[in-house]
Design a protein around this ligand. Structure first.
Ligand code: IVH
Length: 642
């Protein structure tokens, strides 16, 4: 999902939660700091967890100058200022947030943001970064400094060049490259990567130094030896801040680091304090996100991509251009109606746009290729296997119906099968999958588990050691979680979330396979479209052969405890508050497993409030509403029907 789309949905969620607080969930995204960056690593690294002394908050995003004005006006409304409060504008660096702790002027510990409460201790890796001082230039007992680690654009380009030469994975953008470089177990690798840090926050535990404003803090950090971004500006009011945003929106391409917006902060610390925080972000700061960049390039070709479901999508092959932090060579055209709508053809000059993290999109044609008068026409036959394409019911896409014999479809299905959210077979890249399919070694996922080291040795560029490694990673992947296994099956309309729901509900692949329509529809959030697709999948004889083979080769997903253990809590709604002997999730699971529901807010409809130590406002509200409050002990007794 693009950042823009995420923020739009997020905003809608906030509005809905304000309107209907009774439906607000405790694990709602509005209640926690996101940690998208955790996915950017080069795999699952193991670092020790570090609990931050003070939480690292997120920032609210705005996309228009009107919203920015509203944010400022809302702040002003409650105060009688003689002059409007000063703001500090800073570039929003597109890297990853970290926190550094100094004791007696020495760097002692550094950690990633993680979920804002707990991050990963990456001290050793951070020590390799030149812009992080080991020792501060002033005596100071305790200070926490936060900032953004980034990789300069030029270093990112160089790194990708080296990666390409070494046949290694390319990084999508400088942020991913920075994240991947930082979260290396071997910090000597980190040292070789060109990483830097801009510091934008300092918190002094003692009263050794009095600092009253954010801009003073930035200068203080600079004096201590930190690198601060030189482009920050103190603005008298929101109009000046908007000028700053406009200026940098035009100028940002010239910088050697990626920025995706401007962070606007109230300068005065006392006022910041007074404004405080929402559940997720400070009220005293907001981020203005730059509109996605648009660049012009030429369509060199229109290729046809065949996906794992057989859906055929046109893709524009572009004259490479640099946009929003990476070089783009392809853009999706979605379907053949879109080609007609855009009136696009090979050789045309087009405008493309890339919002952060999404596949680039062609916006419009700016200049038609005069030498090409023939309008583009959709292919009649599958470019991979030559089968006649058919339109799908109610969809604008064309399909290749040769599901089992079409090499591109097989490749796409295997690529999906090995991907992270599925069987997670690290190392089996697209190139190898492609060769395995072309050589006829693999036609369906079960074939992967028949492969021998010798088979791998027959592929191009595979030496003994990597052949053995590939064999090992496949062996190692044989016991996935049930959710991942279901996801890997690639059942139409069943993605990651639905797979997890099915896993939790049915507990084993056999239970899911034997489930009837009624049983599948029992799951909250699963409707007929999905249910029929599941039934279709398991009634297909080829799929059953694949499933049987998988089991025979020892590919056995882990079973799960089935949700509905009893109906002890049927019809009851619980609200959990305070500290219990285990995590809240554990108790929520127990309640659900025994037929009950949970809610995050107390209302007259709440049956019980399960209260642990240090219960707060929910406890008081329950008392006021006369809702029954129970202890963990009472809860266990209920569960055991005592
Ligand atoms: S201030 C409570 N300043 O943006 C205020 N953040 O979307 C927290 N970021 O997690 C952050 N440049 O990783 C701040 N000049 C800047 C920033 C900045 C980049 C990142 C940071 C934060 C994220 C929030």
């Amino acid at each position: 999902m693009s950042d823009v789309e995420y923020d739009r949905l997020y905003k809608e969620l906030v509005e809905l939660e304000t309107k209907y607080p009774e439906y607000k969930l405790e694990n709602s995204p509005t209640q926690k700091v996101g940690s998208k960056q955790q996915n950017d690593s080069e795999g699952d690294r193991k670092f020790l967890p570090h609990r931050h002394k003070v939480r690292l908050y997120s920032l609210d995003n705005t996309y228009s100058y009107d919203d920015l004005k509203l944010w400022y006006e809302r702040i002003i409304k409650n105060y009688n200022f003689d002059v409007p409060p000063e703001l500090v504008c800073e570039l929003k660096i597109d890297g990853l947030a970290i926190s550094l702790n100094y004791e007696n002027s020495k760097f002692v510990l550094g950690a990633t943001r993680g979920d804002g409460f707990v991050g990963e201790n990456i001290t050793q890796n951070l020590r390799t970064i030149k812009t992080i001082p080991e020792k501060l230039s002033l005596n100071i007992r305790n200070i926490e400094v936060r900032g953004e680690i980034y990789m300069p654009k030029s270093s990112f380009e160089n790194l990708n060049k080296q990666q390409m030469e070494a046949g290694a994975k390319l990084f999508a953008n400088p942020r991913n490259a920075a994240s991947g470089s930082l979260r290396q177990l071997d910090y000597e690798i980190t040292r070789k990567r060109d990483l830097a840090m801009f510091s934008y926050y300092g918190r002094i535990d003692s009263d050794e130094y009095t600092i009253n404003t954010h801009s003073e803090m930035l200068e203080f950090l600079s004096k201590l030896g930190f690198n601060i971004n030189p482009n920050y500006k103190v603005c008298k009011n929101i109009e000046e801040a908007i000028e700053y945003c406009k200026f940098w929106d035009n100028k940002r391409q010239e910088l050697d680091y990626a920025t995706d917006g401007v962070v606007i902060k109230i300068n005065n610390f006392m006022l910041q304090n007074d404004l405080g925080y929402t559940a997720r972000a400070p009220r005293w700061a907001t981020a203005f996100k730059f509109p996605p960049e648009e660049v012009s390039t030429i369509v060199k070709d229109i290729e046809i991509n065949v996906g794992r479901t057989g859906a055929v999508t046109p893709v524009a092959v572009l004259e490479p251009v640099y946009i929003s932090g990476s070089t783009v060579q392809r853009a999706t055209l979605h379907n053949f109606d879109e080609i007609k709508r855009l009136n696009i053809n090979i050789g045309d000059r087009v405008l493309i746009k890339k919002a952060a993290e999404i596949i680039p999109k062609v916006i419009c044609v700016t200049e038609h290729n005069k030498d090409n008068n023939k309008p583009y026409s959709a292919p009649e036959y599958c470019p991979s296997c030559g089968t006649r394409l058919i339109p799908a019911d109610g969809e604008v896409n064309l399909y290749c119906p040769n599901s089992l014999g079409c090499p591109e479809q097989i490749k796409a299905r295997i690529e999906y099968w090995v991907s992270k959210d599925c069987m997670d077979i690290d190392g089996l890249g697209d190139n190898i999958v492609s060769q395995l399919v072309d050589k006829g070694f693999v036609k369906s996922p079960d074939d992967l588990y028949k492969l021998t080291v010798d088979d791998f040795l027959q592929l191009d560029l595979i030496a003994e050691k990597s052949a053995q490694n590939l064999y090992n990673v496949i062996e190692k992947s044989k016991n996935p979680t049930l959710g991942k296994f279901i996801n890997a099956l690639g059942i139409r309309h069943v993605g990651k979330e639905t797979s997890e729901m099915l896993a939790r509900h049915f507990g084993s692949i056999e239970n899911l396979k034997n489930a009837g329509l009624e049983q599948i529809l029992e799951i909250d959030g699963i409707g007929e479209k999905i249910a029929y697709s599941i039934l279709d999948f398991f009634s297909n004889s080829f799929n059953n052969v694949v499933l049987d083979n998988l089991a025979q080769y020892g590919v056995i997903p882990q079973t799960m405890q089935v949700i509905q253990a009893s109906d002890t809590f049927k019809g009851l709604t619980f609200v959990i508050t305070g500290t219990l002997s285990d995590t809240r999730d554990k108790f929520e699971d127990l309640i659900k497993q025994h037929g009950g529901k949970t809610s995050s807010s107390v209302s007259k409809k709440t049956s019980y409030v399960l209260a642990g130590e240090n219960a707060g406002s929910k406890y008081t509200k329950a008392e006021a509403l006369g809702v029954k409050i129970i202890t963990e002990n009472d809860f266990n007794n209920m569960l055991n029907n005592k």
